[in-house]
Every structure is written in structure tokens, then in C-alpha cells.
Write a protein that binds this ligand. Structure first.
Ligand code: ADP
Ligand code: MG
Length: 249
């Protein structure tokens, strides 16, 4: 079953074509990394898929159904979730409260009878928040205010908030950016664990090729908005176009 597909996905900002007729195909359980130089269109591609930006042209299909142009909360409800930068964290709330809010809100995104029903089904919400904190290695710090967390833990909390909606497909845009080598290692271990234990399919944007080759089942390479290659890590390593455009000859 094809989990996600983009067809001719295109985004123009005025004269600039940031994403240029990109076709991606992601099968369930087959984690994809998107690589490419700065400005290649990686983040824009993810923002088009997760509803943060509307494409100029092209389509996004999830489990065979078109989701192009839907709102982010509608897309989250379908099982796609993106780790947002610190913007999504409530700094003055504890780790636990952050996880509960994400667990409660992510499913619904807006007020509804269903949302109010969730307030009553509280056990389920708490359980999911707890599991998420444990999976992200944050359970010991659950009573700490988010703003007091070290940098690496803050970034992991962002991931936890994305994970609290129990997504089938999780988008991580440079999750280890700015982390120390130790924090990076711990984070990559956690990414591998959620992939294995939760069966979440991951779409990862990352610069570190060692991490890419460790985590990915498939790799897509973008350059100046266009996809120039995709394949298994071994295929990508040996691709002459990729060598020239990205891996520096
Ligand atoms: P990457 O994530 O691969 O580094 P981006 O997707 O962030 O690249 O950006 C692709 C191109 O689109 C860049 O040239 C960037 O400057 C441009 N761009 C991104 N977002 C906007 C925007 N909101 N308005 C105008 N140009 C943008
Ligand atoms: Mg980016």
C-alpha cells in the first residue's frame, strides 16, 4: 500500500520555483530521507505535504486519497504529523502538560463535540502522553518546565508533541540541528526506536550523511527544487549526478 505520493508537486514564490514537479512515493514502513543542498526545497516540500503551504501545482495523495490543500489540522487527523520548531512548545508548562495538550489537541485541532468527549476519555489521553514522554526519553523530566530543558531535550519535546497524535507518518525537519554529538546520538537512537516499536514511517530531512545512511530505507535527492535521484542508500551513494550536485564529486 502506497502511504504517500506526490505528483508534480510544485511551489513558486514569485519568480522562484522552490519545488519543481517533485514526485515522491513512500510505502508504509519504508522511511525516506530527503537530502540536498541548502535552499534545495526540502522544507518547502514537507510544508506542502503537511498543509502549511498550498502548492502552486501538483497533488498530494495519502493512502490513495487526495489531500492537496487541506488544512494542517485536517492532515494531522489523517495520521500525518510534523515536528514543528520550538513554536509548538508551551515554555511555561511542564513537559507533562505539553505532552497532554498535544495528545488531546492533535487529534482534533479545533473545538468540537469530539474534542469535549476527549476531555471525558481522559485516561486514554494521559496514557498516550505518558507513552510519548517515555519513548522520547523525557519521562524523568516530566515535571520540569519546558523552558528550563537543555536544548537537546527541548528538540526532543518537539518530536514528542508530534508523536503524541499517534501518527502513521512523521516528518522531521533537521531534528538534530544544533545538538551536541551526544545529544545527536541519543536522538538518532530514539528515532530508530519509534520507527521499530511504533511502526511509524519517517520522512527525515538531515544534513549528516552518517545519520541518513543509518536511518533511511530510501533517499530522495533534491537540487534547485527538482528531484534529481531517488533510491536505496546504496543506489544513492553510487549515483554520479548525486556525487556531482551534492556529495562534492
Ligand atoms: P531547504 O529546506 O532545502 O534548505 P527551502 O525549502 O527552505 O530549502 O527553500 C527553498 C527555496 O525557497 C529557497 O530559495 C528559499 O529561499 C525559498 N523560500 C522558502 N520559503 C519561502 C517563502 N515563504 N517565500 C519566498 N521564498 C521562500
Ligand atoms: Mg530546510
Amino acid at each position: 500500500m502506497m502511504l504517500l505520493e506526490t505528483r508534480d508537486l510544485t511551489k513558486r514564490f514569485g519568480e522562484l520555483t522552490a519545488v519543481d514537479e517533485v514526485d515522491l512515493r513512500i510505502e508504509e514502513g519504508d522511511s525516506l530521507s530527503i537530502i540536498g543542498p541548502n535552499g534545495a526545497g526540502k522544507s518547502t516540500t514537507i510544508n506542502l505535504i503537511t498543509g502549511l503551504l498550498a502548492p502552486t501545482e501538483g497533488k498530494v495523495l495519502y493512502r490513495g486519497e487526495e489531500i492537496t490543500g487541506q488544512k494542517p489540522h485536517q492532515i494531522v487527523q489523517r495520521g500525518l504529523s510534523k515536528s514543528f520548531q520550538t513554536a509548538s512548545i508551551f515554555p511555561e508548562m511542564t513537559v507533562e502538560r505539553n505532552a497532554i495538550v498535544a495528545s488531546l489537541g492533535a487529534e482534533h485541532g479545533s473545538f468540537s463535540l469530539n474534542f469535549l468527549k476527549r476531555l471525558v476519555d481522559y485516561d486514554d489521553v494521559i496514557e498516550r502522553a505518558e507513552r510519548t514522554m517515555k519513548d522520547m526519553g523525557l519521562y524523568e523530566q516530566r515535571h520540569v518546565e519546558a523552558q528550563s530543558l537543555p536544548y537537546g531535550d527541548k528538540r526532543r519535546l518537539e518530536m514528542a508533541l508530534a508523536l503524541a497524535s499517534n501518527p502513521d507518518l512523521l516528518f522531521l525537519d533537521e531534528p538534530t540541528a544544533g545538538m551536541s554529538p551526544d545529544e545527536t546520538d541519543a536522538t538518532v537512537d530514539l528515532i530508530e526506536r519509534i520507527k521499530e516499536e511504533r511502526g511509524v514511517t519517517i520522512v527525515l530531512i538531515e544534513h549528516d550523511m552518517e545519520i541518513i545512511f543509518r536511518v533511511s530505507d530510501r533517499i530522495a535527492v533534491l537540487n534547485r527544487g527538482a528531484k534529481i535521484a531517488d533510491g536505496t542508500p546504496d543506489e544513492i551513494r553510487g549515483d554520479p549526478d548525486v556525487q556531482e550536485a551534492y556529495l562534492g564529486g
